[in-house]
Design a binder for this molecule. Structure first.
Ligand code: CUA
Length: 313
């Protein structure tokens, strides 16, 4: 397809080429119809203009054939765009369960990354080639937007909840990260890079710790400590027995949960986060609203650590 005036960034993720193909399709169709229709309007307007005062004018009220064509054809074109769009969208919103999960913390004005083993980095996200990466993102102040043009992914990042995106890098090298939401004075300086490395280099990177640069415990280990320290253990068992609260055994594996009001909600990071901070917001079927709210008592890191721990059960 004719790549009009688009000069897209490198294609570094599995779907980059598909995204560009669809973008080109929509751009080409839009340009084609804009030029053709505007051209026809001007041409016909000039050709059939009233040339003198006494010229007879033909009054045409409608033309069923023409009207059908200009309704049906655009509808089909829009349907094609929509179908291709929804296929890509679904893929981009459904990370594989094998994805490596990395937490992203946005601050004015930097990006912090926390890897599964507890390794942390700032503004540089290191990921292995050919592995799906899922980012669990939250902001500590205003709204930011995490944007990796080469991976064709962009997602707003808010305070008080998690947003997600995922991608699978297919190219080694370094790629830009931008903040795509105006977030204050240093917004334009809120830049970073994704470094795509080999699996081996990635594993080396995770264990390469300078003194004091890594926590003693991995997020899941730190979460395990909190589980007892915050006395979650008094009501939430780990062996499947139901006491005052639902057991944590197989929590994330069970994928969804039935609430007291009959609705079924997916078990994801946002659900767990809300259930810790405002336990009464979504009451699990068969339990009483007795859990105290932990709002204001846990740091973002505590919450992320607890979630990391719950995923291991
Ligand atoms: Cu963060 Cu703009």
């Amino acid at each position: 397809m004719f790549d009009l005036f688009t000069s897209m960034p490198e294609q570094a993720a599995t779907w980059s080429a598909d995204v560009d193909w669809l973008n080109d399709l929509i751009t080409n169709l839009s340009v084609f119809f804009t030029v053709t229709l505007t051209g026809a309007m001007i041409y016909l307007g000039v050709k059939y203009r009233k040339k003198s005062e006494d010229q007879e004018v033909a009054y045409i009220t409608h033309n069923a054939m023409l009207e059908t064509v200009w309704t049906v054809v655009p509808t089909i074109i829009c349907a094609v765009m929509f179908v291709y769009g929804i296929i890509s969208y679904k893929e981009m919103r459904t990370p594989p369960s094998s994805a490596i999960e990395i937490n992203v913390d946005a601050y004015s004005w930097r990006w912090d990354f926390t890897y599964p083993g507890g390794k942390k980095s700032t503004n540089t996200l290191v990921v292995p080639l050919g592995q799906p990466i899922r980012l669990i993102m939250t902001s500590h102040d205003v709204i930011h937007s995490f944007f990796i043009p080469a991976m064709r992914v962009k997602e707003d990042v808010y305070q008080g909840n998690y947003s997600y995106l995922w991608f699978e890098p297919i190219k080694l090298g370094e790629f830009h990260i931008f903040c795509a939401e105006y977030c204050g004075l240093q917004h334009s300086a809120m830049i970073g890079k994704v470094k795509v490395v080999t699996q081996e280099e990635y594993e080396d990177y995770l264990v390469d710790r300078k003194a004091g640069d890594a926590p003693q415990l991995s997020p899941a280990e730190a979460g395990k400590v909190l589980y007892t320290e915050k006395t979650c253990n008094t009501c939430h068992s780990l062996d499947g027995s139901q006491t005052l609260g639902p057991s944590f055994k197989g929590l994330f594996a069970s994928k969804e949960r039935k609430l007291a009001d009959g609705t079924v909600v997916p078990i994801d990071e946002n659900y767990i986060r809300e259930s810790i901070l405002q336990p009464q917001a979504k009451m699990v079927e068969g339990f009483s609203p007795i859990m105290p709210a932990f709002e204001g008592q846990l740091s973002e890191e505590d919450i992320a650590n607890l979630i990391a721990y719950l995923k291991t059960l």
